[in-house]
Design a protein around this ligand. Structure first.
Ligand SMILES: [Fe+2]
Length: 390
C-alpha cells in the first residue's frame, strides 16, 4: 500500500476502514489477501464512467476478474437487487464492491445477500419484521463517492419495493461491509449541490445521534468528532471539490457519524425528511438540510446541555453563556452554515406543496426515529415544524 493509505479498525463495526488518496487501487491487495478472484462491482451509470473505476479494474487485472453492474438506481429497488444478484450468480462472484453514494452501497449490500439465495429480496418486504439471512453472504466492500450517508460502515440497506411502494431499511449483521475504502479522489466529480446535501446529511446524522435518547459517552465521542469535522471542512468542500484535505475530512466526518447513529438511531429530522423525498422527490440531504435547524430548535429544551455541546463542536464560543442561551445558538449556527453553502432553506424552494403537510405529518409519525427523539413529539408539533419550514 502507498504511504498515504492507512487501515483502521473500530470497536463499533466489524468493517475495516482503508483511507487515503489512492485507497481504491490499494484495496486490490486486501481482496487478493481474502482469496477473492472474482468481484462484482455495483454502481450507478455515472460512477461506471469515472476514470478511477477503469484504473481500479486495470489494477485488478491478472489477479481479480471484475464485472460491472451499473444498474443501481438512486433509491435502489428490489428489481435492481434481483438483476444484480442474477448477474453475480452467473459470474460466480466471490465479493461485491459497491461504489457510489448511499444508494449504490445499499444496493450492493442487498445484492451480496441475493447472490446466495435467489429471490431473497422479495421475502424481505414485510415492515416491522426482522430481516432474515440464512444463506452465506459474499464479502461486501463499500467505496463511497459522496461524504454523507456513512453506509460504508453500517449494516443498513434502504431498498424500495416497487409493487408495494414501500421503502424499507433492511438491517442485518451479515450486511456489514468487511471493508470500507475511503478514497477522497472519488469525491471530486460530485456537483456542488450533491456535496452540500451529502455534508448536511452527515451533520444531521451526527446532531440527531448526539441527542438521541439512546446516546452514551461512546456514541457522543464519534458524533462530536463528526460535527467538528463538518464545521471545519464542509464550506471548503462546497467551494472547491479539489480540496483533498477537506474532502478527506468530510469523508471521515460522515463515516464516524455512522459509527454513532448505527447504535442510537436518528430523530425527528430524519422522520420528517422521509415524506419530502417520498412524495416530492426532494433529495435526502436537501430535505434534512431544510428541516435540521427547525428540528433542533424544537428539541433544544429537552437536552440543553447536549445542544450546548453541539454548539461548541460547531465552533460557537459558549463557555460564558447560560446553558439555555448557549443551546439556542446551535440551530442558529447550523442555519448560518447552510446559508453560507447555499443549501435550499425552505420546503417551498424544494418544490414541496403546503397542501401535503397533513399527509406528510401522518407519514412522519410512523417512523421509528420518532421513538428515539429527545423531546416527545405530537402530530401537531410535526405539522408546526413543517409549517415553519415552508
Ligand atoms: Fe440521512
Amino acid at each position: 500500500m502507498s504511504e498515504t493509505v492507512k487501515t483502521e479498525c473500530f470497536d463499533e463495526t466489524p468493517t475495516r476502514v482503508v483511507s487515503g488518496e489512492g485507497a481504491l487501487c490499494s484495496s486490490r491487495a486486501c481482496l487478493v489477501g481474502m482469496d477473492i478472484s472474482r468481484a462484482l462491482i455495483v454502481c450507478g451509470e455515472n460512477v461506471a464512467r469515472l476514470p478511477q473505476i477503469e484504473e481500479f479494474r486495470d489494477a485488478c487485472m491478472g489477479s481479480i476478474e471484475t464485472v460491472v453492474f451499473a444498474g443501481a438506481e438512486p433509491d435502489p429497488t428490489d428489481g435492481n437487487v434481483l438483476e444484480g444478484g442474477a448477474l453475480g450468480r452467473k459470474f460466480d462472484a466471490e465479493a461485491v464492491i459497491g461504489i457510489g453514494g448511499g444508494s449504490s452501497m445499499d444496493c450492493a449490500k442487498a445484492i451480496a445477500a441475493e447472490i446466495g439465495s435467489e429471490g431473497w429480496i422479495a421475502a424481505q418486504d414485510r415492515p416491522g419484521e426482522p430481516v432474515e439471512v440464512e444463506q452465506e453472504v459474499v464479502p461486501i466492500v463499500c467505496v463511497p463517492t459522496t461524504a454523507g450517508t456513512g453506509s460504508e460502515v453500517n449494516p443498513f440497506s434502504v431498498i424500495t419495493f416497487t409493487e408495494t411502494e414501500r421503502k424499507l431499511v433492511l438491517n442485518h449483521e451479515s450486511l456489514y461491509p468487511c471493508c470500507a475504502v475511503l478514497d477522497p479522489t472519488l469525491l471530486v466529480s460530485a456537483p456542488k449541490m450533491v456535496r452540500v446535501a451529502a455534508g448536511l446529511d452527515a451533520l444531521t446524522h451526527a446532531v440527531e445521534s448526539y441527542v438521541s435518547v439512546n446516546a452514551n459517552a461512546g456514541t457522543r465521542k464519534w458524533a462530536g468528532e463528526s460535527i467538528r469535522g463538518v464545521a471545519k471542512y464542509l464550506t471548503r468542500v462546497a467551494e472547491n471539490a479539489k480540496d483533498m484535505d477537506a474532502q478527506a475530512g468530510m469523508q471521515r466526518a460522515a463515516m464516524v457519524a455512522s459509527l454513532s447513529f448505527a447504535q442510537t438511531r436518528l430523530g425527528i429530522v430524519h422522520a420528517m425528511a422521509l415524506p419530502l423525498s417520498a412524495l416530492f422527490g426532494v433529495p435526502h440531504g436537501v430535505a434534512n438540510a431544510i428541516l435540521l435547524p427547525h428540528g433542533m430548535s424544537f428539541n433544544c429544551e429537552a437536552d440543553p446541555e447536549g445542544f450546548m455541546a453541539i454548539a461548541a463542536h460547531l465552533g460557537v464560543e459558549v463557555q460564558d453563556m447560560p446553558v439555555a442561551e448557549a443551546a439556542a445558538t446551535a440551530p442558529e449556527a447550523v442555519a448560518t452554515l447552510a446559508r453560507e453553502i447555499e443549501a435550499p432553506a425552505t420546503m417551498g424552494e424544494a418544490g414541496v406543496e403546503e397542501s401535503a403537510i397533513e399527509r406528510m405529518a401522518d407519514d412522519a409519525m410512523q417512523s421509528a426515529h420518532v421513538q428515539v427523539n429527545p423531546r416527545k413529539i405530537s402530530r401537531e408539533d410535526v405539522v408546526g415544524i413543517y409549517q415553519a419550514a415552508m
